[in-house]
Design a protein around this ligand. Structure first.
Ligand SMILES: [Zn+2]
Length: 377
């Protein structure tokens, strides 16, 4: 997991990566107009997941239409699936998560801010840019120029030799602007202690990437698929949206405490996008890849999710991610299988077999239940 940094969530969509057919057609939406407006007469969008039952349309579920789903459409489907599974809207899931964390904090005799700070200290990773670059500043101007030349020829070679889907990822990132696409930024990589960093369509690579690509370009394909095809395409993690909702609800001084230590994103957001990125790199891996290990990392990310979220929220998040992955044309069958096996390992063999048509028992306060079900007493 050395290439762990994900700076994602700008909402832009790159639907065609790894999918040459789409590249020719441009973005295609099979979901417009809004398929969640089940009331055809009024066209009213459901305000609560349970007030208007969720039914995936046959159109969406037809395999030939999966190929045309864009990443932002997939994300919308994922959110609706999480709402269907939990029986709660995103906002209500956020409230449930906050109540759960508050309960844990009360039990431990802590304020919510302290609880989150401790949780991050225990499960989180140090935030980005905490490290000081030392290698690059130690080089002479001539050495730096030599490294830049080595990088330039690596990039040229990748653009010529890499398989079409990998080239397409690099090309589309580059098309976003002059500073986008792949670039040599050893200082950023040192600061993040990363092999490569992806953010806003910019893929910054460091020293090890250049050395690996020089030795054998195939060694870096999985990293490109991970960062650009994975993290960047995925967009903002749904799980982080829930945490942000929680953070908005707590007092300012508590929020300052909660975010003063290790990154909360590494517990509440990163696992979701990292799972996707590791699934995307799976098919490009070769035996000498030394960075990630999807068979080990994906279960570890699921364990983090299990530890951080209220059980029914965790369940909704995991099953909705799985739903998205199943619909996603960029994810291979082998990768889908790995996700399923990892879920079974971490959450139990029965977890997936209960997925269809079995809303979870929602163990929440009466207020939330009332709102979710539209009951009045
Ligand atoms: Zn990653």
């Amino acid at each position: 997991m050395s290439s762990f940094v994900s700076v994602v969530g700008d909402g832009r969509d790159v639907s065609s990566w790894g999918h040459p057919v789409l590249g020719q057609q441009g973005p295609v939406s099979v979901l417009d107009p809004n398929p969640w407006s089940y009331n055809a007469q009024t066209g009213v969008f459901p305000t609560s997941a349970t007030k208007v039952p969720y039914r995936p349309t046959l159109e969406i579920l037809a395999p030939e239409n999966h190929k045309r789903l864009t990443h932002s459409e997939l994300r919308k489907l994922q959110i609706k699936e999480a709402e269907r599974i939990s029986g709660l809207t995103m906002k209500e899931m956020g409230e449930l998560q906050l109540a759960y964390m508050q309960g844990k904090a009360d039990k431990a005799g802590k304020d919510i801010g302290e609880y989150l700070l401790d949780l991050a200290g225990r499960l989180g990773r140090p935030g980005g840019l905490g490290n000081q670059a030392t290698w690059w500043p130690s080089l002479s101007a001539a050495q730096k120029a030599s490294w830049q030349r080595r990088y330039d020829s690596v990039e040229k070679r990748l653009m010529q030799e890499a398989p079409a889907p990998i080239r397409q990822m690099l090309k589309e990132a580059r098309a976003l602007g002059p500073d986008k696409g792949i670039r040599f930024d050893p200082v950023a990589c040192e600061k993040y202690i990363a092999y490569a960093i992806c953010g806003n369509g910019t893929f910054s690579v460091g020293k090890s990437f250049v050395e690996d690509a020089e030795a054998n370009p195939k060694r870096v394909y999985s990293n490109i698929a991970h960062e650009l095809g994975g993290h960047w395409c995925y967009g903002g993690p749904v799980s982080m949206e829930l945490l942000n909702h929680c953070l908005k609800q707590i007092a300012d001084h508590q929020r300052v405490i909660a975010t003063s230590g290790r990154s909360l994103h590494t517990i509440f957001g990163y696992p979701e996008t990292e799972i996707y990125a590791e699934l995307c790199e799976l098919d490009w891996r070769i035996p000498t890849n030394s960075t990630d290990e999807p068979c080990r990392d994906i279960p570890a990310m699921l364990k983090l999710t299990k530890a951080a979220f209220e059980p029914s929220v965790a369940r909704a998040l995991v099953l909705a991610l799985r739903y998205r992955v199943q619909l996603d044309p960029h994810v291979s069958g082998a990768a889908r299988k790995l996700l399923d096996e990892s879920i079974k390992d971490v959450f139990g063999r029965q977890f997936l077999s209960q997925a269809i048509g079995a809303p979870s028992r929602v163990d929440v306060g009466l207020g939330v239940l009332q709102r979710a079900l539209g009951w009045s007493f």
